[in-house]
Write a protein that binds this ligand. Structure first.
Ligand code: ARG
Length: 579
């Protein structure tokens, strides 16, 4: 049986197509009702359909409803306001869907009927520089989107577009050759490379001969000088080792890490082709793409080759885009970076559209996000005013979580408390990041994100552990609860019903996340789930209830735990059975 929301949608579409044969049925969607007082689900599509047919919306709705029989699934269907259609499930419909989920590994999720291939470009830090909190959002958000899309059955390819090529290597090479401190390099490679870069950068401001020397190193690297290539390779290897430690810690994997350097050999041919096609032209010695026909971009042409022959970040992105399309044949490519790159991606996408109209079907999306702010409302910095390094931030998260865990469970051995603190601390950082609307800035607050009450990872992780403890206390297994629920369950109280209804929408929420690229929907869904579970648990005895309520309620605990775990997993947040 399809999920009730899907069953309603299918029947609604059938009814719509008899009344309006020309309607685009894709637009007819059944979604959770924003206000549960009016119903469980809602369809708004009839209003725009009515508008295009120039009939009163309520009249069209009445015509459609006359052809719609949902009596087996829903209470009376209602037309409300200007023409919404509201549906409320019968309790037995909810119970039947819950029972069906007992035997499913991914409950309440309908796998995509037409799976898409989606490339997710995220994290993408720069070689020889530490990952800073700006990369944290890209890393956490990108990983979450990849997880959600995979859960829905899409084919996902993750690619870490490492900044491993570019003009900064001129200064880095010069610094490496003249000022390298080998001991410091062994101690903390990225810090030493950062020191070298800053040193040479400062020297170049004073001394034009330094600038010239750095330029020569860059030209030699680009010309394939073996020594410079070897140093460059070492810088990349050292940086990647450091990045990999962070990814490992965060439980993040990439399918590919091709990096900008991979595309370098393709760039000259690309520029030549764009010139030949008349899409780029020479302007003051540089090769430039002008967007004369695009009002919002006509004042911001895109340089793809500078007058000294060097290529740009954008040139590499054009080559990357073509490579990805030719290699992986994606339906969609997501770029997860901060808001400051909006113009860059608008230009790259527009240039690509002119260049390759044959790839017009590929959806290109810049999934951008705002800044992380300190409690003073200014961009997040360390106390001394430096940019915060991601690895330090994660250390602090674990330390602070240890204090929280110690207050709660002082009797646990330290090793055990540390194990829990790792899961709580990293979970808190990730969750706080995903919870905020990605397009607004958010204030980084340790106290808030580590709080055990409120919409936080620790709160949800404890809620999960509590459900697991019910089974331990009763000496019961989740398998037994599921086996009995597969034969059918009943929902008696309003709290049971409210919890059950909410569980049904897990898959719809994942779909909404994937559609708008907004994990905060999932955070809010899980928080609401934990709240409904608490209300159920406080009003309905479970282990002390007589049969068959006892089994039904145990199953409600089990399936809530499963959805909490799967949901947190989709956010990249781990859970523990015992905390
Ligand atoms: N390395 C860049 C940065 O740190 C991000 C790269 C994003 N991806 C891309 N295809 N441009 O800002």
């Amino acid at each position: 049986m399809p999920l009730p929301s899907l069953a309603i949608q299918e029947r609604l579409r059938a009814a719509v197509s008899t009344v309006c044969p020309e309607a685009d049925l894709e637009t007819v969607q059944v979604r959770p009702c924003p206000d549960p007082r009016f119903g469980d689900y809602q369809a708004v599509a009839l209003m725009s359909l009515a508008k295009s047919r120039q009939v009163p919306p309520r009249q069209l709705a009445a015509e459609v409803l006359a052809r719609l029989d949902l009596s087996d699934l829903c209470e009376a269907v209602e037309v409300a306001g200007p023409g919404f259609v509201n549906f409320r499930l019968r309790p037995q419909t909810v119970a039947a869907a819950l029972s069906e989920a007992a035997e499913q590994s991914l409950p309440f999720v309908t796998p995509a009927a037409a799976p898409r291939t989606v490339v997710v470009d995220f994290s993408s830090p720069n070689v020889a520089k530490p990952m800073h909190v700006g990369h944290i959002r890209s890393t956490i958000l990108g990983d979450c989107l990849a997880r959600v899309l995979r859960r829905l059955g899409h084919r996902v390819i993750t690619d870490n577009h490492l900044g491993d090529w570019g003009t900064q290597f001129g200064m880095l090479l010069l610094g490496w050759k003249r000022f390298l401190d080998l001991q410091a390099l062994t101690r903390d490679a990225i810090a030493e490379m950062e020191r070298l870069y800053k040193l040479v950068h400062a020297a170049c401001q004073q001394d034009p001969s330094m600038l010239e020397a750095a330029r020569r190193e860059l030209v030699a690297l680009q010309g394939g000088d073996p020594q410079n290539l070897a140093i460059w390779r070492e810088m990349t290897t050292l940086s990647r080792a450091e990045f990999d430690r962070i990814y490992e810690r965060l439980g993040i994997r990439f399918d590919y890490t091709l990096g900008e350097s991979f595309y370098h050999p393709r760039l000259q041919a690309l520029v030549d082709e764009l010139v030949r096609l008349g899409l780029a032209r020479e302007s003051e010695g540089a090769k430039v793409i002008f967007f004369d026909n695009l009002p919002d971009l006509k004042d911001t042409p895109l340089i793809i080759q500078k007058s000294d022959g060097a290529f740009n970040y954008a040139t590499t992105d054009l080559a990357t885009l073509l490579y990805r399309i030719e290699t992986w044949h994606p339906d969609e490519i997501l770029y997860v970076t901060d808001a400051r790159q909006q113009l860059h991606f608008r230009q790259v996408f527009a240039a690509f559209r002119m260049w390759r109209p044959d790839a017009a079907h590929v959806k290109l999306v810049h999934v951008w996000f705002g800044t992380i702010l300190g409690e003073d409302g200014k961009p997040f910095k360390t106390r001394s005013g430096d940019t915060v390094k991601l690895s330090d931030l994660l250390d602090e998260a674990e330390e602070r979580a240890l204090q929280v865990v110690t207050v709660k469970q002082p009797e646990l051995p330290e090793a055990e408390r540390r194990r829990i603190a790792r899961v709580v601390g990293l979970g808190a950082v990730k969750y706080a990041d995903l919870l905020s609307n990605r397009q607004s800035d958010y204030v980084f607050s340790w106290d808030r994100m580590l709080s055990l009450s409120g919409n936080t990872a620790p709160y949800l992780q404890y809620a999960y552990a509590r459900t697991a403890s019910i089974f331990r206390k009763g000496g019961l297994t989740a398998e037994a609860a599921r086996a009995s629920a597969a034969k059918g369950i009943g929902l008696q109280t309003p709290e049971e019903l409210a919890l059950g209804r909410h569980l049904l929408d897990f898959g719809l929420v994942l779909e909404a996340v994937a559609e708008d690229y907004r994990p905060n929907y999932l955070c809010n869904y899980l928080f609401e789930l934990a709240g409904r579970f608490t209300r159920f648990y406080e009003t309905c005895p479970v282990l002390k209830a007589p049969e068959p309520e006892r089994s039904h309620r145990l199953y409600l605990c089990e399936v809530t735990a499963r959805v909490l775990r799967l949901g947190l997993e989709a956010l990249g947040v781990e859970v523990l059975d015992q905390m």
